[in-house]
Design a protein around this ligand. Structure first.
Ligand code: NDP
Length: 467
């Protein structure tokens, strides 16, 4: 014990002296990433955030920087860009661009979702694939990192158009995926319907019922119970554990959740069931405030069944609900904020407003929804802050549970699956919390998550040699 204290004490001093030197070493890597990936600002931002956390870990484990390990980690193993031609209901031909970035397979087959949104480009997919690598490592499950998608805009498209697009997309993607190679799933614009059409086309082209090739499937054809709910529920489980470190719970807390898609809906549902009152949610046109608490059944009917707009909620409820077109949902005062729409949706001015209004915690359901400046403001104000790569890992963790069920030809109950999800989220929380403490930054979940994820991937990469 005494040895450990003296050793740690001495170590800490050495570490502090070395940090500047290490940062001098990491800066050229970051510059190289920026030069090599010109204009890909979201990718630069994601790499910057992770490398910015690595000073302490490299001070303690200089071997992780050997053999250009960090440079290799910042370069995807493979990037595939392809043409997706499809025919609309009028017979007109459209060309979209498809992407699959297979980022890192040190821990297992590439794993990560597909995003269909007009803003998709290679930089967005790379940022998501990079983040995914560390997120998947945090789950402790045997999955590497990847991400894909298309600049296709599903909004306003008929069901037949969606099907033809998904079939064309999979016609190319099928060459690059497989149960032991790369396992896609959903993300923005890709839910159960799209996964079904893509799996159907994969099956038809390959003549194989390889259920483990894609996750987020329907229950009748190899899906897992609780996968639909997993990202939102998981984020709430993470925040629950984080609040508990300060003696707080959800009972009586006022919450705001941005978005009204898959992640937002199940975040709202779980928060409400645990005693919080969610008063606002949104879509890309505006947000609603319902002081009585969001009626999640109505949101589901509008968004999941009718694929409508969130303003229909206010139209249905009448005067008790306010709809604000454009504007910022972060102007709504709350104790707990859960950004669950998209990247960089919460900027520094929003963070300042939230802090001024008495915020106690942020849980990121989306990927990288807070800008770096916003995160600084939260951390300086002592707000509990759960970064997306840890807090939203429940989706991919349950996808890995779906792969397990597919491999064993088994199907677990909802309760069994949800209880495994809760256990995984609690362990991810504890890993980030303990890692932050161990590396001298207690309570800093951003560094805790980056360091813990990095260490697992770095260990595996070292064991596998220079590949
Ligand atoms: P959905 O497509 O189901 O919903 C996305 C929601 O965000 C919609 O309400 C959408 O509004 C809104 N939105 C999308 N883009 C923008 C934008 N540019 N500005 C404002 N609002 C926007 O996606 P998910 O719920 O699946 O994903 C949400 C986030 O969670 C993403 O960051 C995703 O990467 C992340 N995530 C998702 C996982 C999953 O399992 N689904 C797993 C881990 C992370 P509108 O309808 O108007 O476009």
């Amino acid at each position: 014990m005494i040895f450990s204290f003296i050793y740690n004490n001495g170590y800490f001093i050495v570490e502090e002296m070395m940090l500047d030197k290490i940062n001098d070493k990491l800066t050229p890597i970051l510059n190289q990433v920026m030069e090599r990936n010109t204009g890909e600002k979201e990718f630069h931002q994601a790499v910057h955030e992770v490398l910015g956390s690595l000073g302490h870990v490299i001070a303690r484990h200089p071997e992780y920087a050997d053999n250009a390990l960090i440079e290799r980690l910042c370069e995807p193993e493979r990037q595939i860009i392809f043409r997706v031609p499809w025919v609309d209901d009028q017979g007109d031909i459209h060309i979209n661009r498809g992407f699959r970035v297979q980022f890192n397979s040190a821990l297992g087959p590439y794993k990560g979702g597909l995003r269909f949104h007009p803003t998709v480009n290679v930089g967005i997919i790379k940022f998501l694939g990079f983040e995914q690598t560390f997120k998947n490592a945090l789950t402790g499950m045997p999955i590497g990192g990847g991400k894909g998608g298309s600049d296709f805009n599903p909004r306003g498209r008929t069901d037949r158009e969606i099907m033809r697009f998904c079939q064309s997309f999979m016609t190319e993607l099928q060459r690059h995926i497989g149960e032991y190679i790369d396992v896609p799933a959903g993300d923005i614009g890709v839910g159960g319907r799209e996964i079904g059409y893509m799996f159907g086309q994969f099956k038809r082209l390959t003549n194989r019922y390889e259920a483990g090739v894609i996750t987020g499937k329907g229950l009748l054809y190899g899906g897992s119970r609780a996968r639909t709910e997993a990202t939102g529920y998981g984020a709430v489980y993470f925040v629950e554990r984080m609040l508990a470190t300060k003696g707080y719970g959800f009972e009586g807390q006022r919450a705001v959740v941005s978005g009204s898609g898959n992640v937002a809906i199940y975040t709202i549902q779980k928060l409400t069931s645990l005693g919080a009152k969610v008063v606002a949610c949104s879509d890309s046109n505006g947000y609603i405030i319902d002081e009585g608490g969001i009626d999640i059944d109505l949101v589901r009917e509008i968004k999941e069944q009718r694929r409508g707009r969130i303003k229909e909620y206010a139209e249905h409820k009448g005067h008790s609900v306010k709809y604000v077109e454009n504007g910022s949902i972060w102007d709504v005062p709350c104790d707990i904020a859960m950004p669950s729409a998209t990247q960089n949706e919460l900027a520094s001015d929003n963070a300042r407003t939230l802090v001024k209004n008495g915020l106690i915690a942020v849980g990121e359901g989306a990927n990288m929804p807070s800008t770096p400046e916003a995160i600084d403001i939260f951390q300086e104000a002592g707000i509990l802050f759960a970064p997306g790569k840890a807090a939203n890992a429940g989706g991919v963790a349950t996808s890995a549970l779906e792969m397990q069920q597919n491999a064993s030809r088994d199907s677990w109950t909802f309760e069994e699956t949800e209880s495994r999800l809760a256990g995984i989220m609690h362990s991810i929380h504890d890993l980030c919390y303990e890692t932050a403490k161990e590396y001298g930054v207690p309570g800093d979940y951003v560094r805790g998550a980056n360091i813990a994820g990095f260490v697992r991937v770095a260990e595996a990469m070292r064991a596998l040699g220079i590949i």
